[in-house]
Design a binder for this molecule. Structure first.
Ligand SMILES: [Zn+2]
Length: 391
């Protein structure tokens, strides 16, 4: 099956291609060219999206749920519903993200999520299938978090990091853990960081009260990323820079942020983007099951969350978000005056690189999966294509 897509422009997202031709064969990109450079061959159907922008499908590496689905409890059909919802916001791949729960509940969730990931790896999209964003790997948020910066993670369920506990989670997930948030200052953390990095997990420092030296030790042990910068972190002080001083100043670290304008004030989002730059800034949603749903009470793992006025809270603390990735991208163009192309990069190529995703994720280039989104010139999602289907 061969299709050729065209629009006003395409963001790879590093390059801009005007009058693009995106050639898709059997769910993969066969070629990215410009119409002026190449004529469409006679036997391919041309799908013209007019004045739209083509961009890689968004990747969300920190997502707890949406459309009423919580990834900690989701059955396969729930994940399908979540995947369909995500495509309506431009997302084609995501990391279902755990919250701190009992070890047994976490292991049961990891087993279910690993099933969904393995199913997505072996299955190509067939005619008649619904078009869904796919879970690409698991993000473990907890249980190795700081009591002082735990946010809404239940204190009685936080655990001291040990390689043994990490391995139990790893085995339950059958090796599908791609990311782990950990507080580097708690005893035992550095050993777990080193072991996780050795298993090619993207180790992300966060939920942490670390002083700068402890954060640097984490980087030296193999940490490469930071989780929801500013939130659940020791605050920045100009004489005691702490973990934030390390996250914002060390180019070995990429970092992510919740750009909903609620978790971090817009001028601080702008500062963050300036600090991490076009290559290392990553957008996440940290969205929970309430996303895309009416206000009310929702579940986040073992935690009850109340949602009103776009804020998710549990006992007065922020508890995830109802942000969608298309909104986050638009917010970045407004908060920091980044171009749509650069904002898209922070939702596509940058998370793919930060998380060490292989197989040309987050980029439109030859050989990559034909996962892309069709946007208006101001970033509104018109359509999302997964494995070449959905137009
Ligand atoms: Zn989270």
């Amino acid at each position: 099956m061969r299709n050729v897509f065209t629009a006003n422009r395409l963001y790879t997202p590093v390059e801009e291609v005007l009058n693009p031709l995106l050639v898709v064969e059997d769910g993969r990109i066969a070629e990215v060219a410009s119409r002026s450079a190449k004529e469409v061959s006679g036997n391919a159907a041309l799908v013209d999206f007019g004045d739209a922008v083509l961009a890689p499908g968004f990747l969300d590496i920190h997502l707890h749920g949406g459309a009423g689905v919580d990834v900690m409890w989701a059955a396969q059909q729930d994940l399908q519903r979540l995947g369909q919802f995500l495509t309506s916001h431009g997302v084609t791949g995501y990391f279902p993200t755990t919250v701190t729960a009992s070890l047994d509940a976490t292991c049961a969730a990891l087993d279910r999520l690993a099933d969904a990931i393995e199913k997505g790896q072996t299955r190509d999209v067939a005619a008649g299938d619904s078009v869904e964003a796919r879970p690409l790997g698991i993000h473990l948020e907890g249980p190795f978090l700081s009591h002082k910066r735990r946010g809404v993670h239940p204190p009685e369920l936080l655990l001291a990091p040990t390689v043994e506990t990490f391995d139990r989670l790893w085995q339950a997930a059958r090796g599908q853990v791609r990311m782990m948030t950990i507080a580097p200052e708690i005893p035992g953390a550095l050993e777990v960081i080193a072991e996780a990095a050795r298993r090619h997990v993207c180790v992300s420092i966060g939920h942490s009260d670390a002083v700068m030296a402890a954060a640097q030790d984490a980087v030296n042990a193999g940490a490469r990323h930071a989780t929801h910068t500013f939130n659940a972190m020791r605050p920045l002080d100009h004489r005691d820079p702490g973990i934030l001083g390390e996250v914002l100043s060390d180019d070995r670290l990429s970092a992510d942020i919740i750009a909903d304008g609620i978790h971090v004030a817009p001028p601080v989002v702008k500062l963050f983007l300036q600090a991490k730059g076009y290559e290392r800034a990553v957008l996440i949603t940290d969205s929970i099951s309430a996303t895309g749903m009416p206000e009310g009470r929702y579940q986040l793992g073992p935690i009850q969350v109340d949602v009103s006025d776009g804020r998710c809270t549990a006992n007065g603390s922020l508890a995830g978000s109802v942000l969608t990735m298309d909104r986050a991208v638009c917010n970045v163009t407004q908060f920091a005056r980044w171009s749509l192309k650069d904002a898209i990069r922070a939702a596509t190529l940058n998370p793919a690189r930060a998380a060490g995703l292989t197989g040309d994720r987050g980029v439109l280039s030859k050989g990559a999966p034909a996962d892309f989104t069709v946007l208006s010139s101001d970033g509104e999602v018109r359509k999302t294509i997964v494995r070449g289907r959905g137009f």
